[in-house]
Design a protein around this ligand. Structure first.
Ligand code: ADP
Length: 265
């Protein structure tokens, strides 16, 4: 399924305060768009507007050609992963991954195959019978990603998916996400983060948010070389962070080589 995302002047207000102000942004099919900005700038709100968990005060949200603004979350063809895995503790890994499929009334015969496929993709096949408490944080997050992938979403919404993990796990998971992106070239990804390195490593383009508004949008190279606003310049600031590809599957960030692919590098 190929579906981009389009925000058409989307505004969201809580108790009369605008927290997302007329957002215009398009994520192309198969593109990774990072929403980057400080805490409270409206990133999660934008993502939740795509997911259907918050209703815009005005504006429309499109997934592919469909105006989804009035659709409930489960009819939008999205998979979502949040910071705190949010697995059901009493369900085995395989049942956590199957949950969304059962809710969508996918045939039982098909569920098995889809669960196996999603666990395979995330390297969790051998943990299918475990419970979440028997897994590390990184493994739990892999299961959460498998659960999102099992519904074969056209759009994957990732909200700070790595921020609960320690530094070493984070760089491993960044590599995993980069690999998944290559294995799923049709899936559009909206990736909320306040972490520049994550945005630079994964994103085709970065949308910079500040105080409810989109301040800038472009490829990492464009933003770092030629920021269009003072905010971007000060927020992304350090041009040394510009990633340089040094070989298949590796990028260099500020002189540190970071492996982004372990599978076929
Ligand atoms: P970010 O993801 O960039 O940290 P958020 O989108 O979570 O920002 O929040 C933007 C603003 O909206 C913040 O000021 C936050 O306090 C406020 N906000 C978010 N969710 C709610 C809510 N459910 N009720 C009231 N205010 C909220």
């Amino acid at each position: 399924m190929t579906s981009g995302i389009r925000f058409d002047r989307v505004s969201v207000a809580y108790d009369g305060t605008t927290v997302l102000d007329a957002l215009d942004l398009t994520v192309e099919p198969g593109e990774v768009m990072a929403l980057l900005g400080p805490s409270g700038s409206g990133k999660t709100t934008a993502l939740r507007a795509v997911a259907g968990f918050v209703r815009p005060a005005s504006g429309r949200v499109f997934i592919g050609d469909r105006d989804v603004t009035d659709l409930p979350p489960h009819r939008r063809g999205i998979g979502m992963v949040v910071q705190q895995y949010a697995l059901f503790p009493h369900l085995r890994v395989e049942d956590n991954v199957a949950f969304g499929l059962k809710a969508r009334k996918v045939a039982r015969s098909e569920i098995r195959g889809r669960v196996a496929e999603a666990l395979e993709m995330t390297g969790m096949a051998s943990y299918a019978r475990r419970h979440p408490r028997e897994l590390s944080g990184g493994q739990q997050q892999r299961v959460a990603i498998a659960r999102a992938l099992a519904i074969r979403p056209g759009v994957l919404l990732l909200d700070e998916p790595l921020s609960a993990l320690d530094a070493q796990l984070r760089s491993g998971m960044l590599a995993e996400l980069a690999r998944l992106h290559r294995e799923l070239p049709d899936v559009s990804i909206l990736y909320v983060t306040h972490d520049q390195v994550e945005a630079l490593t994964l994103a085709d383009r970065i949308a910079v948010m500040d105080r409810a508004r989109l301040r800038d949008c472009g490829t990492p190279r464009e933003l770092y070389r030629a920021p269009r606003t003072e905010f971007t310049a000060s927020f992304v600031g350090n041009a040394n962070l510009l990633p340089v590809t040094v070989g298949p599957g590796t990028v260099s960030l500020a002189g540190t080589e970071l492996k982004v692919d372990t599978a076929d590098a």
